[in-house]
Design a binder for this molecule. Sequence first.
Ligand SMILES: Cc1ncc(COP(=O)(O)O)c(C=O)c1O
Length: 451
Amino acid sequence: MAHLLNRSLHDRYPHAVRAEGVYLYDEQGRRYLDGSSGAGVSCLGHGNPEVLEAMREQGNRVAFASSVFFATDIAEALADDLVRHAPAGMAYASFGCSGSEQVENAMKLARQYHVDTGAPSRRYIIGRRQSYHGMSLATLNAGGHAQRRALYEPMFAGTYLTEPHFAYRYRRPDETADGYSLRAADALEETILQLGPGQVAAFLCEPVVGATTGCVPGSPVYFQRVREICDRYNVLLIFDEIFCGMGRTGTLYAAEQDGVVPDMFVLAKGLAGGYQPMSALLINARIHAGVRDGRGYIANGHTYMNHPVGCAAALKVQEIMRRDGLVARARARGHYLRGRLEAVFGDHPHVGDIRGRGLMQALELVQDRPRKTPFPPELALWSKVMQAALERGLMCYPNQGTADGQQGDHVILAPPYIVSEADCDEMVAILADALDAVLPARDAAAVNAAR
Ligand SMILES: Cc1ncc(COP(=O)(O)O)c(C=O)c1O
């Protein structure tokens, strides 16, 4: 009797029956070190009693009150909390359940803002190749994850992709780091001009790209130029910090490290740490004023908007992160993890690049290191790494299409912020062992020699 529609219709998944701290346990009693926080979610680790208690308390008071009829104290408190700790300029917040839902809300709000302020021709959203913004039709289309998009391409309209910022793959040998950043940013201007400057509503991007290319940061030079271009053409700037936000990179917002404030932030995973499905949209006063003085209401809404129990979970997660200094801890542990990755994989013949910020680190796997040649996609190396790591008791987050959307593999490590240095050591050791197991045998010898 198995009626649950799992992701794979062939494989049998272990059942997670218990979770505590940085570990999950299956029905056989096997223990898994959560080296990826699921997919960048469980920032506080599992089973935090204070968060569970806050949810229970809120559930006893009001578990659900439709946002059509009511506001709640808890949703107001969470909005106040987020705005108070957000980069200057952010002024209002609303809450939903998934990242995709919230990115799509941001895209729709960008369109509404322009219509409400007298520019109804602005309809295009520009995203970037090799980025990811969600699995709804509109967010898939605004993202550049080629494999996830492929099935649905015939259903897409209204968004366009520009260049990513991906120095390992696209910086020319004769270019400085800043020179490359400026060239990548100027591609946005070209795309805006191609579409017609009066037609573009917003530019959407991840300050540190997560799933698609594996922890690829922008740079202050890149984002400052992007901000200038957006301002020049009255294009709204939306930062998708669903993965990289809420402390994951060692600052509460990843964009703080680039010194740029967007018009909207989208948050999710680390917001409520997986205790509830929660996402947030933060907007600045300019967007709020445009809509307030336009039609006066948000022409978009979802049933579970501002869900009280979700808000209670998120508020408690944020309070604990502050009280326990977990963002600084993510920064320190990220530094340690990066050091371990460099020590173990720095000379590895099949690790082309080690990159990331804070506790969002990745290895890009290559067949030929000097030439940066990816492994053939048919090998499905990413999936073999995931399986081999899982068999050895480690959850990591590999993906494919890293190099150009089709080819290439990377592995993300993004553990909970409560992770210890010993946990980091264990994670890296298991990953090294898993890589040995899946790389061709002749290469394993070279790997061992390099270690
Ligand atoms: C950067 C980014 N944007 C959007 C999403 C989509 O979020 P969700 O899966 O909650 O819809 C994800 C999920 O991995 C993400 O990492």
